[in-house]
Design a protein around this ligand. Structure first.
Ligand SMILES: CC(C)(COP(=O)(O)OP(=O)(O)OC[C@H]1O[C@@H](n2cnc3c(N)ncnc32)[C@H](O)[C@@H]1OP(=O)(O)O)[C@@H](O)C(=O)NCCC(=O)NCCS
Length: 184
C-alpha cells in the first residue's frame, strides 16, 4: 500500500500518541517548559474531538498525523474564525524526508479550499526549522509575531486562499493590538 491520508479512527490513538512523543522529543532541550509540556504529547489523540485528526499511513502502519480545524470551529483567538488552521503536524522520525509532512499539510490546504476558508493559518517557531521551511515552500508567509510559547519565539503564518483573508498586520498598531489580544 502506498502512502495515503485518511481520517482518524479511535483505534489509532495509541499510534498517534506514540508518534507525537517521538516527533516532538527533538525539542526536549529547546522548550524551556519541557517537563510541563512533554506529558501533553502523550495525550494528543484526546484532541480528536476538537479538530479533525488526519492520519498518514502505508502498509507498515501510521507514519504521521496532523490536526485540521475547519473555518468556524472553535480555535485560539490568534486565528480568525474564517480561517482554517493546521495544528501539530508530526511525522515519526524514521519516516521523515519522504514527503509525508508535505502531503499532510497539502491535505489540510485542500480541505480548507473545500470548506471555503479565507486562508489557512498555523503558528510555528524558528526552532522548528524543517516545518518552517516546508510551510514557506508551500506559500505560507509571516502574518504576525505572537507571545513566546515554551520559552521560544512563535509567529502566525498564513496562506491566503481568497482576498478576504486580509492584509498582513505588520509591526505597527495592528501588530501591537494583536499581541495585546493574545494576552487578554
Ligand atoms: C516538520 C515535519 C512534520 C516534517 O516532516 P517530513 O515528513 O520530514 O517532511 P517532508 O519530507 O514532507 O519535507 C521535509 C523537507 O524539509 C527539509 N528539511 C529537513 N530537515 C530540515 C531542516 N532541519 N531545515 C530545513 N529543512 C529541512 C527536507 O529536505 C525536505 O525538503 P524537500 O521536500 O525539499 O526535500 C517533521 O520534521 C516533524 O514531525 N517535526 C517535529 C514536529 C514539528 O516541528 N512540527 C511542526 C509544528 S509547526
Amino acid at each position: 500500500m502506498s502512502l495515503r491520508i485518511r481520517d482518524f479512527r479511535p483505534e489509532d490513538a495509541g499510534a498517534v500518541n506514540r508518534i507525537a512523543v517521538a516527533a516532538w522529543d527533538q525539542y526536549r532541550s529547546v522548550f524551556r517548559d519541557w517537563p510541563r509540556s512533554a506529558p501533553n504529547f502523550a495525550r494528543t489523540a484526546d484532541f480528536a474531538g476538537e479538530l479533525d485528526l488526519l492520519i498518514a499511513e502505508d502498509a507498515a502502519g501510521i507514519r504521521g498525523f496532523v490536526g485540521y480545524v475547519a473555518p468556524g470551529r472553535p480555535r485560539e483567538r490568534i486565528f480568525r474564525r474564517d480561517w482554517a488552521t493546521i495544528r501539530m503536524l508530526s511525522v515519526d522520525p524514521p519516516s521523515r524526508g519522504r514527503g509525508i509532512g508535505r502531503l499532510l499539510a497539502e491535505e489540510c490546504i485542500g480541505r480548507a479550499r473545500r470548506d471555503g476558508a479565507a486562508a489557512v493559518a498555523l503558528h510555528t517557531s524558528p526552532v522548528m526549522q524543517a516545518a518552517l521551511a516546508l510551510y514557506l515552500r508551500l506559500g505560507f508567509s509571516h502574518f504576525r509575531d505572537i507571545m513566546d510559547r515554551h520559552g521560544v519565539h512563535y509567529a502566525v503564518y498564513v496562506l491566503r486562499l481568497t482576498a478576504a483573508a486580509g492584509p498582513a498586520p505588520g509591526r505597527g498598531l495592528r501588530g501591537w493590538l494583536g499581541r495585546w489580544l493574545d494576552k487578554s
